[in-house]
Write a protein that binds this ligand. Structure first.
Ligand SMILES: NC(=O)c1ccc[n+]([C@@H]2O[C@H](COP(=O)([O-])OP(=O)(O)OC[C@H]3O[C@@H](n4cnc5c(N)ncnc54)[C@H](O)[C@@H]3O)[C@@H](O)[C@H]2O)c1
Ligand SMILES: [Zn+2]
Length: 293
């Protein structure tokens, strides 16, 4: 941790009423930070209004990240921004994703720069969604990055992931950070936008920035209302209602899950490590890779 951060640890957690943001806020408070939360209590997520877990010790601003004045006020005297607020999931409001995620992030960066605010670091929530299908292993071609499966393939009942070179069967493989970054859903496109905006801005202004590409996250406070809420909450809700969980495709698909408190700790580590400060991007990183600073 830099000495500057050690003495003035003031955090803004956007989306701090949500699953990940609220655990980030709790952890920061436990670690002695002062915490401000900006969250509009998006009705898709917070159908019952203000959640009980909002910590009394944090300052809470109920406002939309798209509101310029509210975002400006939220950024006042902040050292580190944990930018978690986003419109998530696979809903049809294309313009809302772009407006909340892309525009909201762009405007926040613009305010910090225009007003020369003393923000020392930004940690932005990106997503595994930027990797599309992710990596796979072909017996002939090794690690490959297959394109998203076509509707025609899925319609024909073939749910496997094929090698882009030989069309052969692949097995799932851990996706390395340098994997190609795309965006095959509107949500994913805006997550690519968010991380590129933040990392590019960081390089231009000399501000350390980090993008964390979370995997599927689960844990207490996960909204059961949001359709994006994740398969664990959906399975649990069905089981609690004496309904069997529904497995789509052939049931052989796999997902990696992360516990929310581990994600919160990753945010704290990213915020407090010096390894993201004033480093030029490594050559091996793809332009979009999360290694700015
Ligand atoms: N949960 C996951 O599995 C997962 C995976 C990858 C990435 N992410 C990313 O992590 C971040 C946090 O996700 P989460 O799972 O905690 O979601 P969440 O829905 O629980 O929390 C998001 C919070 O942002 C707030 N918000 C939404 N729109 C806003 C707006 N316009 N202005 C202000 N606040 C707004 C919501 O009210 C909510 O409290 C998001 O950026 C999401 O894209 C989550
Ligand atoms: Zn192959």
């Amino acid at each position: 941790m830099t000495s500057a951060l050690k003495h003035r640890r003031r955090a803004l957690v956007t989306g701090g009423a949500g699953l990940i943001g609220s655990h980030v806020a709790d952890l920061l408070l436990r670690e002695g930070w002062s915490v401000r939360i900006l969250d509009n209590l998006e009705p898709n997520t917070h159908r019952r209004g203000r959640p009980a877990w909002l910590p009394a010790a944090a300052e809470f601003i109920e406002a939309d990240i798209r509101e310029r004045a509210a975002t400006r006020a939220a950024l006042d005297s902040i050292d580190v921004v944990f930018h978690q607020a986003a419109y998530g999931g696979y809903m049809p409001e294309i313009s809302k994703y772009v407006h909340v995620n892309s525009f909201g992030t762009a405007q926040m960066l613009e305010i910090i720069r225009e007003e020369n605010l003393p923000v020392k670091k930004i940690v932005v929530a990106s997503s595994q969604a930027v990797y599309s299908e992710g990596a796979a292993r072909c017996p002939a071609h090794g690690l490959v990055f297959p394109p998203v499966r076509s509707l025609a393939q899925l319609g024909a009942g073939d749910f496997s992931v094929h090698c882009p070179h030989c069309g052969g069967a692949t097995t799932p493989a851990a996706t390395p950070e340098h994997a190609p970054v795309g965006g095959e859903t509107v949500y994913a496109i805006t997550k690519v936008d968010q991380e590129r905006l933040v990392l590019t801005w960081g390089r231009q202004t000399g501000t350390p920035t980090v993008a964390l590409r979370y995997s599927c996250t689960y844990g207490p406070r996960q909204s059961i209302f949001n359709p994006y809420t994740g398969v664990i909450a959906i399975f649990c809700t069905r089981l609690l209602n004496n309904l069997p969980p529904i497995l789509y495709e052939d049931g052989l698909q796999t997902r990696d899950f992360s516990f929310v408190e581990d994600i919160a700790r990753a945010n704290l580590l990213a915020a407090t490590t010096d390894r993201t400060i004033s480093r030029r991007r490594k050559r091996s990183c793809a332009p979009e890779a999360s290694c700015s600073g």
